[in-house]
Ligand binder design. Structure first.
Ligand code: IFM
Length: 466
């Protein structure tokens, strides 16, 4: 790898507390490939991506970036970059091909090998149990809309911790339950591709219940560093008009608060409960569930990408169905100013605000930025370099946003860039590149981008200061 730091000192002024964790993140279905190997069962994303019209140009995760076979090289790359930590997810259908019952040791062995390679390379593994790849067998029995899936998730957690608990210290239950529940069951934009608000509300609750039940099993197995990862998007009203203010409240409720509040305070926000009931899609809460969901945590994972401005009014057809229950009368406005290739705006100040807001909403709970990053149209040039000035700019400004939050008292303990590698960006396929490392999908060749080099330089300076 070329290690020349970019000439201009973009990192001046960026300084993080001693012990601050710097890593990069990925997820199983986005990188592993090898979908038919070693007894892996099908996941809802195999089904979804193979359904015509669901994913950009019919892309699938069948091969992805072949990490299943190239994990040793990828770990070496992480060590070269100087990452102190790596956040990855375990594919539930590799471990339990039918969702429950028979355990596939070959699937667990892959993660044992991966974790051993990470530890040998001095990279601390941060394991996420669920990053959206539900076994299809469980979907066939109702998926997250069915309460039993929460119990199956806890059983799966117990199997994984039994296999890896001796070598993985940092555990997370779910990644972005908002996306699983609402993009998957209300907008139909993600697997399982439903447009069913009732199923969406049920999925919200059962994912959170699964989190709580799994947390208990992980604690029983001795896990002492446990979190959940939620994605936060500030919702700004387009004006002071009461209808816009209420639209922002409703979307903020379903995007942010309906996940945060039960996890940290053991109660759903009353306004969201009322909104969902009014939409005919109630949360199926039973006695005792909220105590389970509010299991004590050691940290909260924060994924942040952009903010939204919202306006009351009919949603234009071109926008597609809203992921929010009853959201047909709210429009998320197109961002003003530059956007990434995802069409997302760039708002580092809102990132600082989210971290400070979480400090108030979840006092005493350390925060870890488990994802932050941006997609751009990167290419390898004739010299074999990938110049990605927009990602460099996004990275530097968002790291500065973290330091600003820390300076103002937010207890942020780490930052994981999304993503280590270019990969399968769900419904957007391989057209969106988020990696610090470019992947040529024809050859699987990895090339560290300028942003990756800059990140490596930041990490080098951070280590030197420690
Ligand atoms: O690629 C995703 C990731 O899987 C979850 N968080 C957002 C990323 C970018 O869309």
């Amino acid at each position: 790898m070329t290690t020349d730091a970019p000439r201009e000192d973009l990192l001046a002024g960026l300084s993080f507390p001693p012990g601050f964790v710097f890593g990069a993140a990925t997820a199983a279905y986005q990188i592993e490939g090898a979908v038919d190997e070693d007894g892996r069962g099908r996941s809802i994303w195999d089904t979804f991506s193979h359904t015509p019209g669901r994913v950009f140009e019919g892309h699938t995760g069948d091969v992805a970036v072949d990490h299943y076979h190239r994990y040793r090289d990828d770990v070496a790359l992480m060590a070269d970059l100087g990452l102190s930590a790596y956040r990855f997810s375990v594919a539930w259908p590799r471990v339990l091909p039918e969702g429950g019952g028979r355990v596939e040791q070959r699937g667990l062995d892959f993660y044992r090998r991966l974790v051993d390679a990470l530890l040998e390379a001095g990279v601390d593994p941060w394991l996420t149990l669920y990053h959206w790849d539900l076994p299809q067998a469980l979907q066939d029995r109702g998926g997250w809309a069915d309460r039993d899936t929460a119990a199956r998730f806890a059983d799966y957690a117990a199997v994984v911790v039994d296999a890896l608990g001796d070598r993985v210290r940092h555990w997370s239950t779910l990644n972005e339950p908002m996306v699983s529940a609402l993009l998957g069951h209300v907008a139909g934009e993600h697997a399982p591709g439903l447009q069913d608000p009732v199923a969406g509300a049920r999925a919200v609750h059962h994912l959170l219940l699964g989190h709580g039940l799994a947390a208990a099993r992980l604690r029983e197995a001795g896990v002492a560093d446990l979190g959940i990862t939620l994605n936060f998007t500030p919702m700004r009203p387009a004006s002071d008009a009461p209808a816009d203010v209420d639209a922002a409240r409703r979307l903020d409720g379903q995007q942010n608060r309906v996940f945060l509040e039960p996890v940290v305070h053991g109660a759903y926000p009353a306004d969201v409960v009322a909104d969902l009931e009014a939409a005919g899609a109630p949360l199926p809460v039973r006695d005792g569930d909220l105590e389970v969901i509010a299991a004590p945590l050691d940290w909260l994972g924060v994924n942040y990408y952009f903010e939204n401005t919202v306006q009351a009014g009919p949603r234009p057809a071109g926008k597609g169905p809203s992921p929010f229950i009853g959201g047909h009368d709210v429009v998320e406005l197109d961002p003003e100013g530059p956007t990434t290739t995802m069409g997302w705006g760039i708002s580092p100040d809102a990132f600082t605000e989210v971290l400070l807001w979480l400090g108030e909403r979840a006092p005493g709970l350390p925060l870890v930025v488990t994802e932050n990053g941006s997609a751009w149209a990167d290419e390898v040039d004739a010299e074999g370099a990938v110049h990605d000035p927009e990602r460099v700019d996004y990275l530097v400004r968002h790291l500065a946003a973290v330091t600003a939050a820390v300076d103002r008292g937010a207890d942020v303990r780490g930052y994981f860039a999304w993503s280590l590698l270019d990969n399968f960006e769900w419904a957007r396929g391989y057209a969106q590149r988020f990696g610090l490392v470019h992947v040529d999908y024809a050859t699987q060749r990895r090339t560290v981008k300028d942003s990756g080099l800059l990140y490596a330089e930041l990490l080098r300076r951070h280590r030197e200061r420690a």
